[in-house]
Write a protein that binds this ligand. Structure first.
Ligand code: UD2
Length: 308
């Protein structure tokens, strides 16, 4: 059983990861600055070290004695990275660099890094394969890509095993609709439950490969051990694309008639179509998605109802 560090472990994806690691018998340390994460998300049994990974000393302290580092901490928003690029840069690039140095110096066996499908940008070619040319359209997309490249470089020059998992649009319980930058499904569900109209930026026909959080946790945990994955970039998603208009209609099938969406102009830096090729994840990580979109949405609605 391994000593693990989960950065961002008080956040949405990180807290699910920490809980599953504990469930599998590992020892878990959570490092989080609680900028968006919640203390209440940290699972019982995890050690919590509060602090900011932009501070190299804090990163070193957090990684001490850890065999596997799951680097999930980030400012995860395209529009926020456009309106406030500096904090986004510092959280997504500087902190990632510090975590890699800290993991190397701690003698960690592997770092699993939360990369993003945003790297693909707006190429009309679908599905997105890891070998495609990247085309970052926002500071966030570029920052996540720089993190991947740093991971790859640390594997090459220092022998630190790294795996970059490109998340597509992850959703599920504990994704809070607390800011306008929150994930679209969390915002849609909030509107649906409060009887208000959602805002759709663009025509609503843009698509996303919405991935239920349990499937992401599966992929990330497999990446911690998979032989042949070191130094690689791997999509973890469902391979299915769903439009925003369809997502709102799917909520209507769960909850009954809802307000009609209000349409506004598309956001700067937004990607139109997104869908993953998941062949590499199947080959290298031995995983397949298990939770279909409608089922994941139902589970997320149940969670949101239980907390509202
Ligand atoms: C990007 C990445 C995703 C992940 C995420 C950070 C892509 C394709 N995906 O997600 O992998 O890294 O960043 O958490 O780059 N929207 C509305 N109404 C709203 C809110 C959003 O219409 O109230 C639209 C938004 O313009 C976009 C879609 O919904 O077209 C999804 O937006 P998002 O903010 O949930 O995630 P996205 O795709 O930027």
């Amino acid at each position: 059983m391994a000593q693990c560090l989960v950065t961002g472990g008080a956040g949405f994806i990180g807290s699910h990861l920490a809980a599953e690691l504990l469930h599998r018998g590992h020892t878990v340390r959570v490092a989080d600055n609680l900028a968006t994460g919640l203390r209440s998300n940290i699972p019982a049994g995890a050690q919590f070290v509060p602090g900011d990974l932009r501070d190299p000393d804090f990163a070193a302290e957090a990684a001490r004695g850890c065999e596997v580092v799951f680097h999930q901490a980030a400012i995860a928003s395209v529009p926020q990275s456009i309106s406030e690029p500096r904090p986004s840069h510092e959280a997504n690039i500087d902190a990632t660099f510090n975590v890699l140095i800290a993991a190397r110096d701690a003698g960690a066996r592997r770092v699993v890094y939360a990369a993003s499908s945003a790297a693909y940008g707006d190429s009309p070619v679908l599905p997105k394969t890891e070998g495609m040319r990247v085309d970052p359209l926002s500071p966030y997309a570029l920052q996540k890509l720089v993190g991947e490249e740093y991971c790859r470089l640390f594997t090459r020059i220092y022998g630190l095993e790294t795996v970059s998992i490109r998340y597509f649009n992850v959703f599920g319980p504990r994704q809070h609709p607390s800011s306008p930058y929150s994930g679209v499904l969390s915002l849609f569900i909030k509107c649906a439950l409060s009887g208000t109209a959602p805002t759709i930026y663009g025509d609503g026909e843009q698509t996303r490969d919405f991935t239920f959080v349990d499937d992401v946790v599966d992929g990330v945990l497999s990446a911690a051990d998979a032989t042949g994955a070191a130094g690689e970039v791997i999509n973890v998603a469902t391979g299915v694309r769903v439009s925003l208009n369809h997502a709102w209609a799917a909520l209507e099938s769960i909850l009954g008639p809802l307000e009609a969406p209000v349409y506004e102009p598309a956001r700067v830096g937004d990607v139109y179509a997104s869908q993953a090729d998941i062949g590499k994840a199947e080959r290298l990580l031995g995983i397949r998605p298990r939770v279909a979109f409608d089922e994941g949405l139902r589970r997320t609605v149940d969670w949101a109802r239980s907390t509202s």
